[in-house]
Design a protein. Structure first.
Length: 467
């Protein structure tokens, strides 16, 4: 079967006759129901990675490990028994879900995705399917329930991250190589299904499920289960949004089935990376990029500067670039074991929030501006609610002139700074579909947004050269 699949996949997609799939994509194109439209309009989200890994914070027996802090168990070769005993120390006495939600609100996120259970297998809610959960710690209380309540009270949608990969559960298998593996792993899949049903039923305002830890052969060989889970969650919570990373098809193809069709409701393969600003392939589907502030730390690491940490302006540019290509941007925070958000992350959140307070019209409900050529100075976004066109500027040319190429038959009537709509920006048409915007003589200490009023126009003052 593998060689026939390799042969099949080596053909150009358009030349392959479609394979009959039982567990492939369930629909084509974008969902247009209200729940998906809300997901899409949110654009900016907060990822939160919190678990037992926050306790050691990347350090073990006096040694600092530079790898992802949430992977310390494997980086430091720690046994299950030793790692699991961290649960007896889990007691975030300073945890204030309302403070977290207020910080998120001020940062300008419209949704939040929380790790209900990461690879370590520790559940942040009192699951009846596993003793390895927050109820059996000194803290005892339901963290997921408290966060859902606090974030929803701030008008922020909550999604659940769930790692199918589970280092703790005795029935987890990386591959199925024996009858025993198969029997154990089916027990595991039932366990995971029960936990997911529990999450969907116990937290009825959940808006999405963000699956992870599905890259191993054991899942690829059980594509049927991934579809069963997607269907179950959508039956319990109609409208709920599920990422492509959950899904494997009949042949183990992930994210996209063996016919090249995306599975799940949005592509979640952009992790710590973005598509190129000119990669317009992505605009044909919903997608999300998830991003760490350090180079690669999702959980809390005691040494903030163990790697490069992105500046607020770099993160704002990633948000702008993502929005300009019709994607969502999910920025990660790794809370401390005591329940506090580290100072560095709070300061970044505040700077981004100050920018969003003025410039959010270019982001919320924002998306790909068809026909507007990407320019070196920044990004265009089209707001599908106010129908306005926004130019988000990061790199002012020495000339002080922003060059724009307009789509055929479209001109720019007016341009002004979003933060000061009385500031008129001079516009000059210099050739066919070529516009100069002359920036006002002032300093621009931060990325800024220009609102462009466009108009359809068919006057043609220019003659194309004959060559
Ligand atoms: C969001 C991140 O997701 C992860 N891993 O994602 C991947 O490894 N993704 C992946 C795997 C293979 C190919 C491409 C992406 C986790 O291991 C990490 O701790 C964090 O939760």
């Amino acid at each position: 079967m593998i060689c026939s699949l390799l042969g099949f996949l080596s053909l150009p997609a358009q030349n392959r006759e479609k394979k009959q799939l039982k567990y492939g994509a369930q629909y084509k194109g974008k969902r247009e129901d209200a729940a998906m439209q809300k997901w899409r309009s949110n654009r900016f989200g907060q990822f939160i990675h919190w678990g037992l890994y926050a306790i050691p914070g990347g350090e073990w027996k006096g040694k600092t490990y530079p790898y992802a802090a949430e992977f310390l168990k494997s980086s430091a070769h720690i046994s299950n028994a030793t790692w699991d005993s961290l649960s007896y120390k889990f007691n975030p006495v300073k945890f204030d879900p309302k403070a977290w939600a207020k910080m998120a609100k001020n940062m300008g996120v419209k949704y939040m995705t929380i790790t209900t259970k990461h690879h370590e297998g520790f559940s942040l809610w009192p699951s009846k399917y596993s003793e390895f959960n927050v109820a059996n710690t000194p803290y005892k209380k339901d963290i997921i329930g408290a966060l859902v309540k606090a974030y929803n009270s701030e008008g922020i949608d909550v999604n659940f991250y769930y790692s199918v990969l589970d280092w703790h559960h005795p029935d987890w298998r990386y591959d199925i190589q024996s009858k025993e593996d198969s029997i154990a792993f089916s027990r595991y899949l039932n366990f995971a299904q029960n936990q997911l049903r529990e999450l969907a039923e116990n937290y009825p305002t959940v808006k999405g499920f963000w699956f992870d830890g599905t890259w191993d052969k054991s899942i690829k060989k059980n594509g049927w289960w991934t579809l069963k889970i997607e269907k179950m969650l959508k039956e319990i919570r109609p409208g709920v949004v599920v990422n492509s990373r959950l899904r494997a098809d009949d042949f183990g193809s992930r994210h996209f089935d063996s016919n090249g069709d995306m599975m799940g409701d949005y592509e979640s393969g952009y992790e710590r990376r973005l598509p190129s600003p000119t990669d317009t392939q992505v605009i044909h589907r919903d997608w999300e990029a998830c991003m760490t502030i350090p180079e690669n730390q999702w959980g809390y690491h005691k040494k903030w500067d163990i790697s490069y940490t992105k500046t607020p302006f770099e993160l704002i540019e990633m948000l702008a670039q993502t929005t300009s290509l019709g994607g969502n941007f999910l920025l990660n925070f790794g809370p401390q074991a005591d329940g506090m958000i580290r100072t560095e992350e709070q300061q970044i959140a505040e700077t981004i929030g100050n920018w969003m307070k003025i410039n959010h019209p270019a982001i919320y409900n924002g998306g790909y501006a068809k026909g507007w050529q990407r320019q070196d100075w920044g990004y265009f976004t089209q707001n599908e609610k106010d129908k306005k066109l926004y130019a988000i500027v990061f790199n002012i040319p020495i000339s002080g002139i922003l060059k724009i190429q307009t789509p055929e038959g479209v001109s720019i009537g007016k341009a002004s700074l979003l933060e000061n709509t009385n500031s008129k920006i001079t516009i000059k048409e210099i050739a066919k579909r070529q516009i100069n915007l002359y920036l006002p003589k002032q300093s621009f200490p931060a990325p800024f947004v220009i609102v462009l009023d466009t108009a359809n126009e068919n006057k043609n003052n220019y003659i194309d050269a004959k060559t």
